[in-house]
Design a protein around this ligand. Structure first.
Ligand code: JHZ
Ligand code: ZN
Length: 406
C-alpha cells in the first residue's frame, strides 16, 4: 500500500502492518460491539521527508468525540511532569507583560490548570467535551474545537499572539499537521515558541513498542522529520529533549528562524538517528518483524499458562491494549478482564477483543497468578501500588522490549 505524505506530498511506502484494528480509545459498552469500526493499521515512512505516518487516516471527529475516555492526569507521575512543564513556562517564557499561552489538545487541563492558578492568560483548544469540561472545572479556559489554520487566526484575532503554543500527545494525532504548523506560525509572537512532546520514533523502534501504533498516532515523530517539517512552514527546530513518558518521548521546541539559539542537542540527536539508520525503510521493516515475534511469543506464553490452569488478568486499559490484544488475538477467553483506574473506561470493553474493563478493586479482591501489564510505561508506579500482589507470589508479564516475567 502506498500513499502521499501529509507533510510534503512525497511517497509513503507501507513498512509495518499490524492487521485490522479498531479505534484504540473506542471502549464500547458490552452491548455496543456489533458494528465496530475497523481499519488496516499500516505504518510507513515518506521517501522524501522521512516522516513516519499511518497510511489510512481515521476522521478526527470519530476519534475525539464527546466521551473521549483518556485522562492525561490519570497517573501521579504524569501530573508531576505536566505541572513541572507549567512551572517552567511560568518562569522562563511567560514573563513579559500580560503573556498568553495556548495548548492544542489540552485534555483534562493537567498542564493548564497550573497556568490558570497563576492567573496567566491561556486558552486550551480541546474538542472532546467531557475532558474539556473537567478542565473547565479546574479553572481552565477552553475553546471546544479542533486546531487548524483558521482556528489559529481566530485565536489570534481574539487573544493576540501567543508567547507559547504547547501540545503533548496531541500534535502527532493531527493528520492535517501542515495546517497546524501554518496556524502556529501565524499565532506565535515574534519570539514565541511552539513546544510539543510526543512519543519518539527512536524509542518506539529501539524497544519494539509496536503497541504505540494505533489510529490516534497519525505520525511518529523523529528529530529529522520534525526539523524538515519546521523548515517547510517557516519555523526552526531549536531544542530537543528526551523525556521518559510513554516509554520515551521527545520534546521539540520550534521558533521563528534566527530568534533562538539552536541547542547542540539538535545536532547530537540527528547524529544518533543517522547512526541508528532511523530514517531507513529497512529499519521499519525490521521493527515489523520483531513485533511479529513478540506477538507470537506473547500469544504462546498466554496459551501455555492457560493450559497449565494459571489465571491471567490484564493491568491497565491504555490505548496500547487495543493494538496488542487485537494483533495477538487475545480475548476474554485468555484474559477475562483488565483493571483500570479511569472511571470512564470501567464497565466498557477493549475495542475489537471485548475484554471487559473493571476497577482496580476487581484485581485486589482476587489476585490472579499473573498480571499482564498493558500500561507498561507506568510499571514503577503500578508495581509500587500493587506491591501486595507480588508479595503474595503474583508475577507481572511484560512484552516490551520483549516478552518477560518479573
Ligand atoms: P497510558 C496515551 O495513550 C494517550 P495510552 C494518548 N492516546 C497518546 O497519544 C499516548 O498516551 C501517547 C491506567 N492506570 O498513560 C490509566 C491505572 O489503571 O499508558 C490509563 O487508562 N492505574 C492520547 O492510553 C492507563 O493505565 C495506574 O496506577 O496508552 C495508562 O494509559 C496508572 C498509573 C494508570 O496511555
Ligand atoms: Zn514527506
Amino acid at each position: 500500500m502506498d500513499n502521499r505524505c501529509r507533510i510534503c506530498d512525497g511517497m509513503v511506502k507501507g513498512a509495518v502492518d499490524l492487521g485490522m484494528q479498531p479505534r484504540a480509545n473506542a471502549f464500547p459498552l458490552p452491548g455496543e460491539t456489533s458494528d465496530e469500526f475497523f481499519f488496516r493499521l499500516t505504518v510507513g515512512m515518506c521517501d522524501s521527508c522521512t516522516m513516519v505516518q499511518l497510511l489510512e487516516d481515521i476522521p478526527q471527529e470519530v476519534r475525539y468525540h464527546d466521551g473521549y475516555p483518556y485522562h492525561a492526569s490519570g497517573s501521579a507521575g504524569h501530573r508531576r511532569h505536566f505541572e513541572g512543564i507549567a512551572e517552567t513556562f511560568l518562569e522562563a517564557e511567560l514573563t513579559g507583560r500580560d503573556p498568553f499561552i495556548a495548548e492544542i489538545g489540552s485534555n483534562d487541563g493537567v498542564m493548564l490548570a497550573k497556568i490558570a492558578e497563576a492567573g496567566v492568560r491561556h486558552l486550551g483548544v480541546e474538542p472532546s467535551r467531557e475532558v474539556a469540561e473537567l478542565s473547565m472545572s479546574r479553572g481552565v479556559q477552553v475553546l471546544p474545537e479542533f486546531f487548524d489554520e483558521s482556528t489559529a487566526e481566530r485565536i489570534c484575532a481574539e487573544h493576540g499572539h501567543a508567547d507559547v503554543v504547547f501540545g503533548a500527545n496531541a500534535i502527532a494525532h493531527i493528520s492535517h499537521l501542515a495546517s497546524v504548523l501554518r496556524g502556529v506560525e501565524r499565532l506565535l509572537a515574534r519570539d514565541g515558541v511552539f513546544v510539543f512532546e510526543e512519543p519518539y520514533l527512536g524509542s518506539v523502534v529501539a524497544q519494539t513498542a509496536f503497541d504505540m501504533l494505533y489510529d490516534e498516532h497519525s505520525f511518529v515523530f523523529s528529530v529529522r522529520a520534525i526539523q524538515a517539517a519546521a523548515e517547510r512552514f517557516g519555523l526552526e527546530l531549536v531544542r530537543v529533549e528526551h523525556v521518559p513518558l510513554h516509554g520515551g518521548s521527545m520534546r521539540y521546541t520550534l521558533a521563528r528562524p534566527g530568534q533562538r539559539p539552536v541547542s547542540p542537542a539538535v545536532h547530537e540527536w540527528r547524529g544518533l538517528e543517522d547512526a541508528g539508520r532511523l530514517a531507513e525503510h529497512a529499519t521499519l521493516e525490521d521493527f515489523g518483524r520483531r513485533a511479529r515475534r513478540i506477538g507470537d511469543d506473547l500469544a504462546g506464553l498466554l496459551g501455555d499458562l492457560r493450559a497449565k490452569g494459571h489465571r491471567v488478568v490484564g493491568y491497565g486499559a491504555p490505548a496500547k491494549a487495543a493494538t496488542v490484544t487485537n494483533y495477538c488475538g487475545i480475548g476474554p477467553d485468555v484474559v477475562p478482564f483488565v483493571c483500570d483506574s479511569t472511571p470512564s473506561k470501567q464497565g466498557r470493553v477493549i475495542a475489537g477483543t471485548h475484554i471487559p474493563v473493571k476497577s482496580p478493586k476487581a484485581f485486589s479482591d482476587d489476585y490472579p497468578d499473573y498480571a499482564l501489564l498493558f500500561a507498561w510505561n507506568h510499571a514503577e508506579e503500578i508495581m509500587a501500588k500493587e506491591r501486595k500482589f507480588s508479595e503474595r507470589g503474583g508475577r507481572w508479564i511484560l512484552y516490551v522490549p520483549e516478552v518477560h516475567i518479573v
